[in-house]
Design a protein around this ligand. Structure first.
Ligand SMILES: Nc1ncnc2c1ncn2[C@@H]1O[C@H](COP(=O)(O)OP(=O)(O)OP(=O)(O)O)[C@@H](O)[C@H]1O
Ligand SMILES: [Mg+2]
Length: 246
């Protein structure tokens, strides 16, 4: 078995008095792809944001590569170099070129050598077919292109785990495929460990080793990917899958 990258134990989250996540447990090993699925409002984004310190959790523990995560801002800053995250909105800096957006982390945070970081960034741009946009500004890119840049920007830090939260949700349909292809390639060629929230069920079915199905803040089931889509264990999950077909 490959090494455990992340383990979540009895994670609880409240917003004010309202409990959003209830005793969430799961773990993910090197190279695995975990799809986090569930209806709107079930807590997927909240959970994924707790995994890299964008939200504080109210109880429970996280372990990264076997080490208990200390939940202060300084250790989160270090950990975020190992846990890349891409959201629905691309949040690139509008006043920086594509290249400078990508270099920000490697140069400012990781203090890497500029030449080497630049070479790597250009190789990554080339890989996703955007080498000619090195000096472009985000406003000159389509949504799909911006999202590919956001993915590369996270990869430039050499993360051990990538978190994707609905990265194609705000894209025009014709842009979706290119972004999903990159994520798929990251799994297949780079063996990247990933947690993915998506409502693209065909994509989830193709890529997920395991599915964690959330409903109202509870993990209702954790099932092998193929099995989940063929015959989920709970009626709630089967209803959910049915509702995603149109
Ligand atoms: N900042 C916040 N303050 C208070 N409640 C919040 C906050 N963010 C989310 N919630 C609530 O927490 C619950 C879970 O929200 P979350 O965004 O995690 O769901 P989700 O599964 O990602 O949904 P979607 O599929 O629509 O993105 C919802 O009931 C939401 O209203
Ligand atoms: Mg969400």
């Amino acid at each position: 078995m490959t090494k455990e990258i992340l383990r979540v134990e009895k994670l609880n989250k409240f917003y004010g008095k309202r409990q959003i996540l209830f005793d969430v447990n799961f773990s993910i090993r090197q190279g695995e792809v975990l799809a986090l699925l569930g209806p709107s409002g079930s807590g997927k984004s909240t959970l994924i944001r707790c995994l890299n310190g964008l939200e504080q959790f109210s109880g429970g523990s996280l372990f990264f590569a076997g080490q208990k995560v200390v939940t202060n801002e300084k250790s989160w800053q270090q950990l975020r170099q190992k846990i890349g995250m891409v959201f629905q909105s691309y949040d690139l800096f509008p006043n920086l070129t594509v290249l400078d957006n990508i270099l920000l982390g490697p140069l400012k945070v990781q203090k890497k050598d500029r030449k080497q970081a630049e070479q790597e960034a250009i190789a990554l741009l080339d890989r996703v077919g955007l080498a000619e946009y090195t000096k472009a500004y985000p406003r000159q890119l389509s949504g799909g292109q911006k999202q590919r840049i956001a993915i590369i920007r996270a990869l430039a830090l050499h993360p051990e785990l990538m978190l994707f939260d609905e990265v194609t949700a705000s894209l025009d349909p014709e842009m979706v495929r290119g972004v999903l292809e990159i994520i798929k390639e990251l799994s297949e060629k780079d063996n990247m460990t990933m947690i993915i929230v998506t409502h693209e069920m065909n994509f989830a079915e193709q890529i997920a080793d395991r599915v964690l199905f959330l409903d109202q803040g509870h993990v209702l089931e954790e099932t092998a990917g193929k099995q989940f889509f063929a015959s989920a264990q709970t009626e709630r999950a089967r209803d959910f899958l049915e509702s995603m077909k149109f």
